[in-house]
Design a protein around this ligand. Structure first.
Ligand SMILES: *Cc1c(COP(=O)(O)O)cnc(C)c1O
Length: 370
């Protein structure tokens, strides 16, 4: 049996008619930028997250960048980021002219280790960006506690966590602001690029609205040097359709995750994500770790099971940040994770039998061979 990593075709097949109706409606309206469809999506997604404001922008990277700028991050500042994340978290800080300062994740959860934040704080530190990696919300209570004590802003990188909950509250409503991505492969994905800043703070929302539209509120009056980064109405319309299915699709991901967790609980060579869990991750990815990752990956591929690696190169090892002395310290956890992580198929359209095939393929990999 062939098991694709993620079947977007199946996802769109399930809602094809709704998407096509949206396309025709937006075409007929001839409002493609900063129109009514965008306004509706913003109020629906903000309400879904439990936050007062949502501002649609061009991508997840732009959402992070503009949220940080709206929180006051400026050239010369330092911003604490996880050492293990998608590089966009770091790039957003660089876009502000600030310096990303990596802090290692807790290997158990793969999210920012709150106990290691304070030693990275300097007089130039202005913000922390916890990443809800793989769909699991970072340890926001202790992170918030450090931030308040040191006077730092907190911006969630929620690009992988649409609908995830922490202590009963949703990602997006857990800090000063949150950045979402609607890249097609995310839990809530557009049919192209997109992103949003979600916040309860009207001043931050207003600032992002200004920045995303050339720094302009009134046409041809430019108050600040902004950018052009607006979620377009066609994508907003598609996202409104997909938002209505998000809870159901996240629940399907969660069922697959719990089946995997149960099936492999006795395997000593596999490191599994934590669960069952008092919080509800969005299960964007199901990431295991294995000391012989390449051999396991080849074995799964031979059984027809596609896998990916999130991420093979930690940001500090990438060309973009190599040789920068401020990241000179040992980042042993990030490096270890980059060598051992393996992401298994978990999309909402993975069938029961396909998940069964993944389970069998793992089981047929000899444990002793490590
Ligand atoms: C996808 C992603 C981003 C960037 O989103 P884009 O829409 O691709 O710009 C940022 N952070 C994390 C953790 C992501 O997974």
């Amino acid at each position: 049996m062939k098991v694709p990593f993620l079947d977007l075709g199946a996802a769109h097949g399930e809602i094809r008619e709704e998407l096509e109706n949206t396309y025709h409606r937006v075409m007929a309206s001839a409002r493609f930028v900063l129109g009514e469809e965008l306004e509706r999506f913003e109020s629906e997604f903000g309400a879904y997250c439990g936050a007062g404001h949502c501002v649609g922008v061009g991508s997840g990277l732009d959402a992070l960048h503009l949220a940080l700028r709206a929180c006051g991050v400026s050239p010369g500042d330092e911003v604490i980021v996880p050492s293990q994340t998608f590089i966009a978290t770091w790039l957003a800080v660089s876009c502000c002219g600030a310096t990303p300062v990596p802090v290692e994740p807790d290997p158990r959860t793969s999210t920012l280790d709150p106990s290691r934040i304070e030693e990275a704080v300097t007089p130039r530190t202005v913000a922390i960006v916890p990443v809800h990696l793989y769909g699991r919300v970072a340890e926001m209570d202790p992170i918030w506690e450090v931030a308040r004590r040191r006077g730092l802003a907190v911006v969630e990188d929620a690009a992988q966590a649409h609908g995830a909950r922490y202590r009963g509250r949703r990602a997006g409503a857990l800090a000063d602001a949150a950045a979402f991505s609607f890249y097609p492969g995310k839990n809530l994905g557009a049919l192209g690029d997109g992103g949003a800043v979600v916040t309860d703070d009207p001043a931050i929302a207003e600032r992002v609205r200004l920045l995303r539209n050339y720094g302009s509120r009134v046409k041809y009056e430019h108050e600040v040097a902004g950018v052009n980064s607006r979620l377009d109405d066609l994508q907003a319309g598609f996202l409104r359709v997909k938002l209505r299915h998000l809870e159901d699709w996240n629940a399907r991901r969660s069922r697959v995750a719990h089946r995997y967790l149960q099936a492999w609980s006795e395997r000593e060579d596999l490191f599994l994500p934590p669960g069952p869990d008092p919080d509800e991750p969005a299960w964007h990815l199901f990431v295991i770790r294995h000391p012989r990752r390449e051999a396991l990956r080849a074995h799964l591929e031979a059984q027809g099971v596609s896998t990916l690696i999130h991420y093979p190169v930690p940001p500090h090892r990438s060309g973009a940040y190599q040789g920068r002395t401020e990241h000179g310290g040992e980042l042993a956890v990030a490096e270890e994770l980059s060598r051992t992580v393996l992401s298994l198929p978990i999309g909402p359209h993975l069938s029961y039998d396909q998940a069964g095939a993944v389970i069998e393929a793992i089981e047929s990999f000899p444990e002793a061979a490590r």
